[in-house]
Ligand binder design. Structure first.
Ligand code: AP5
Length: 228
């Protein structure tokens, strides 16, 4: 039987994508946000935008990100608070890469309550860290629209150019081989505890992120549809 791909009219909640670097969070968050016409809030993309514009925040976080470390909570939380209080978030939003520490998660639950949201739905992208190395080092992103490709598995039709807008594809500064190890260590130490944190709260829904993009997508939509 064909899968049911219909989505309800509105999301009306916060959805959190949790998982290691390269698990496929950004790829799927774009799809979910597009289907429900809500903002895709990637804290990594927000910081990269600051870095490319050379803002004071960008100058502060640039060396931290290039090392593969996490940006301090205080900087992340201020940026997130300002973002979700904008009117375009009023029908829900998809968090990709936030929260990343227990302190961020605790802050977020207060922020959601204060802004009248239900508790967030958490989708955990479970994958063996050994599998993400190839995904990370092979990733290329469009400089214009941020579309995500992979030179091994999801290559564009024309090498180095985005299928959507012809934009130049580039490698992220933190996708170099030597930064992958520190990023995975930061994940294991600071972010992985969120898996049991959200599981204890009964909010965690798991996706087998080692599967192909289409299978992960089907499962993600199924979770969102069934957890209204
Ligand atoms: P961020 O930008 O959030 O990066 P990340 O969490 O490390 O995650 P990635 O973007 O690497 O991976 P992804 O899971 O989105 O995978 P993707 O879909 O692209 O953070 C970067 C940095 O910013 C952090 O290190 C930190 O310094 C800072 N930061 C950000 N948020 C922060 C916070 N809250 N607190 C503190 N610091 C913060 O896919 C990867 C590749 O795999 C792509 O090439 C894709 O085409 C391919 N792919 C995707 N799915 C599949 C599949 N199913 N099968 C095969 N290939 C696939």
């Amino acid at each position: 039987m064909a899968p049911d791909n219909r989505v309800p009219e509105r999301l009306d909640r916060a959805v959190i994508f949790l998982g290691p670097p390269g698990a496929g969070k950004g790829t799927q968050a774009k799809e979910l946000a597009k289907a429900y016409r809500v903002p895709h809030l990637s804290t990594g993309d927000m910081f990269r935008e600051h870095v490319s514009q050379g803002t004071p925040l960008g100058q502060q976080v640039k060396p931290i990100m290039a090392r593969g470390d996490l940006v301090p909570d205080s900087l992340v939380l201020k940026m997130v608070r300002e973002r979700i209080e904008r009117p375009d978030c009023s029908h829900g939003f998809v968090f990709d890469g936030f929260p990343r520490t227990v302190a961020q998660a605790q802050y977020l639950s207060v922020l959601l309550r204060q802004n009248g949201y239900r508790p967030a739905l958490v989708i955990y992208f479970a994958i063996d860290p050994a599998l993400v190395f190839r995904r990370i080092t092979g990733r290329r992103m469009c400089k214009v629209g941020g579309e995500i490709y992979n030179i091994y598995d999801r290559s564009p039709k024309v090498e180095g150019r985005c299928d959507n807008d012809g934009g130049e594809l580039e490698q992220r500064a933190d996708d170099r081989e030597e930064v992958v190890g520190p990023r995975l260590q930061a994940y294991e130490k600071q972010t992985e505890p969120l898996v049991s944190y959200y599981r204890r709260l009964g909010r965690l829904h798991e996706v087998d992120a080692a599967q192909d993009v289409e299978s992960v997508k089907q499962r993600m939509f199924e979770i969102v549809r069934n957890s209204r």
